[in-house]
Ligand binder design. Structure first.
Ligand code: PAF
Length: 283
């Protein structure tokens, strides 16, 4: 398995493959790999000839320094996990300088308002950081297909929008959320939870599933009240940051159910100071 920390070396390796018409797939990650990431990698290997996996904890997408500091960094075991899957994986572990140069200057993007709600509203500057790193990583790898998980649905929507607008010349492939046995969406942040809280946090998905069941017979307002009430019944360990129902395509918060539209419910909650997010398709 090949591993590179400089973009120039990565490109020297990938260019001849591209000339031989090999399809390159790309899975950008911040490491601390779990089964969710590995399912994206397997999907990429199935669809392409070579899968590049980047492992880079991107400082510009953290609006909270403590969160950046405490983000799990486990590159050695990440590489081992990838090695066990296939030899056709190329690992790219760039330095800050390789991505941002010496001055860390960021480009501005027009997110068409997608950054003003939910994760964007609660984490100022987050999507600007994500867009900057994803654009640079895609430029470095030049993949035919790039794989993103639906767990970060708002991120996925923003990336799809920017990919079209800025012609990054890759196809974005959305992949379903992987879950623990109790329904908790897999996330690198779950590692920060105690065993008990991890167990109890299955309630987040339980509530989302209930919302889906109730969706066709309840107003948006009722569903929001229902979620608030349910979460408050578990206030000994969980605190609601937001719950929103939005149009799946535009992410516009929904006021009432219009039959022709597709909706998704989104939730962010804190457990032991760890932010957990999840979402579910409603109709
Ligand atoms: O989803 C993530 O892990 C990150 O936001 C990404 C896309 C790797 C950019 O740093």
């Amino acid at each position: 398995m090949k591993s590179f920390s400089a973009k120039s070396d990565l490109q020297t390796y990938l260019n001849p493959l591209r000339k031989k018409k090999k399809k390159i797939g790309f899975v950008p990650t911040m490491g601390a790999l779990h089964k969710g990431h590995l399912s994206l990698v397997k999907r990429a290997l199935y669809k392409t000839d070579v899968c590049v996996v980047s492992i880079y904890v991107n400082p510009t997408q953290f609006n909270d320094f403590k969160d950046l500091e405490s983000y799990p960094r486990t590159v050695d075991s990440d590489v081992l996990k990838l090695r066990q899957i296939s030899d056709n994986i190329v690992v790219y572990v760039p330095t800050n300088e390789d991505i941002y140069g010496k001055d860390f200057s960021l480009s501005d993007f027009d997110f068409m308002g997608l950054d003003k709600i939910m994760e964007g509203a609660n984490r100022p500057g987050h999507f600007k950081g994500v867009a900057n790193v994803v654009e640079r990583l895609i430029n470095a790898v030049q993949p035919k297909f790039t794989f993103f998980g639906e767990k970060d649905y708002q991120q996925l929507s923003i990336i799809q929008h920017l990919n079209q607008k800025h012609r990054w010349r890759t196809t974005i492939v959305p992949c379903p959320t992987e879950r623990e046995y109790n329904g908790l969406a897999l996330s690198s942040r779950n590692q920060k939870l105690s065993e008990t809280s991890r167990e109890k946090s299955g309630v987040i998905y339980e509530i989302l599933k209930q919302v889906k069941l109730k969706f066709s017979t309840n107003s948006m307002e009722n569903l929001k009240l229902y979620v608030k009430k349910k979460i408050s019944m578990h206030k000994d360990f969980i605190e609601l940051e937001y719950f929103e129902i939005a149009d799946e395509l535009t992410l516009t918060p929904a006021k009432k159910n219009q039959k022709k539209l597709k909706y998704r419910a989104f939730i962010a909650a804190k457990v032991e100071g760890v932010r957990l997010i999840d979402n579910i398709q409603l109709n």
